[in-house]
Design a protein. Sequence first.
Lengths: 112, 115
Amino acid sequence: GENVEQHPSTLSVQEGDSAVIKCTYSDSASNYFPWYKQELGKGPQLIIDIRSNVGEKKDQRIAVTLNKTAKHFSLHITETQPEDSAVYFCAPNAGGSYIPTFGRGTSLIVHP
Amino acid sequence: KAGVTQTPRYLIKTRGQQVTLSCSPISGHRSVSWYQQTPGQGLQFLFEYFSETQRNKGNFPGRFSGRQFSNSRSEMNVSTLELGDSALYLCASGPQRTGANTEAFFGQGTRLTVV
């Protein structure tokens, strides 16, 4: 099955700083790379995703970059705000009958 | 469009009992997946149902089972509860199977506490 590692497990930043979370995967067949955000008391929600034919995707303050050769992809959040405080999960997807595998999560804390 | 609805939100059960959790997917979604979330193990896949058939299963004991109805609503059952089953149980729905590289839409979860 897919081995997924996510780093760091906790990230504490000041409001306005940038945050970067990295996800490393093992299955070279992975071709869909989403990032989910989970706020306290809620289920995870997709915030951005990228497919294997694209190297980078941006949506306002968030971006995802993909390095298929090295088998990792990263979430970038610029100009962080307190409402960005949450747990973020990566979930590389190899399609077919794969077993959905999530990273262990990164707790992002943005201090006002 | 209404989101994924899970009921109940909270449950307290005693060891040895059994429990049934319910998930109503987004209208039109045919795939429902179940996950267990714990601080120690993170988010772990239990199983997926699509068109009333279990399509995929994670590494959980047979005490964990589920089903899906013709309206795509799904139930998950855990028998002979153990303390270690205490967790947040999440369901996610999608228009296609989980392997179709599309977004999973999660409910708010059912918090199960086994005492």
